[in-house]
Design a protein around this ligand. Structure first.
Ligand code: HPA
Length: 237
């Protein structure tokens, strides 16, 4: 079986999927965290790998960037490959003073002004929650692993906000300043999951901040990303 964008066999996709944005991060996770893994998709180099984490079958499948891309991959995986849960593991920015670079954030839901929902279903939704049960599992796991998670709302943007000439003007589109993170995919994932009656969650590592301008070493980044990946993997076993 295959879909417009995925060449995998039905049995080669696990019911639980971890979804980084970057295909090479999918490869990194398979190589560093999974046993007996195999490459199950390379259409458009959007790599998917299926393997085992502590005996549990899991697929790591990249989403690409932005709502259109994650919208396609999450739809095809849920709808045609019987996937039940997708945990996005990505990076994000922040313009919240309480959030520091390399904090790991769990999204309670995503706010978005995109046209995606209008085009797909003729509805205009501004905020979609992530799955409460999946979030509970992730929070419990983080506690056990001694990994601090910040839990709160995400802005999903159609533009990479750092490329706006005026960061303050971008921020002023979102007068409720309780948003913890800004990224470009969570709304698409949560919207498709809700539409299809499936589960979705989103973990993010903060790599850009309006208030924290430290430059990060690659070692610091890797440690924080590994914490996030470990939290996601431990929460599905
Ligand atoms: N904004 C949007 N998406 C992102 C960012 C950001 O600053 N960093 C990583 N993904």
């Amino acid at each position: 079986m295959a879909t417009a964008h995925i060449e995998s066999k039905l049995e080669d996709i696990a019911p639980i999927v971890l979804m980084p944005g970057d295909p090479l991060r999918a490869k990194y996770i398979a190589e560093n965290f999974l046993d007996d893994y195999k490459l199950v998709n390379q259409v458009r180099n959007m790599f998917g790998y299926t393997g085992y984490y502590k005996g549990k079958k899991v697929t790591v499948f990249a989403s690409g960037m932005g709502i259109p891309s994650i919208g396609i991959y999450s739809y095809e995986l849920y709808k045609f490959y019987n996937v039940e849960k997708i945990i996005r593991i990505g990076t994000c920015g922040s313009f919240n003073k309480d959030i520091k670079l390399l904090d790991v954030i769990l999204s309670s839901g995503a706010y978005c002004k995109s046209y995606f929902d209008v085009l797909l279903d003729g509805v205009d939704v501004d905020f979609i929650k992530s799955n409460a049960e999946l979030n509970r599992q992730i929070m419990n796991t983080a506690k056990k692993e001694n990994i601090t998670l910040k839990y709160g709302k995400t802005i999903t943007s159609d533009v990479f906000d750092l490329y706006c000439d005026d960061a303050e003007r971008f921020r002023d589109n979102f007068p409720d300043m309780n948003f913890l993170s800004v990224e470009m995919e969570a709304f698409g994932l949560f919207y498709i999951a809700n539409k299809l009656g499936k589960e979705a969650a989103c973990l993010m590592t903060v790599v850009d901040s309006l208030y924290d301008k430290r430059s990060l070493s690659s070692e610091e980044r890797e440690t924080s990303l590994n914490d996030m990946i470990k939290t996601a993997l431990e929460s599905i076993i």
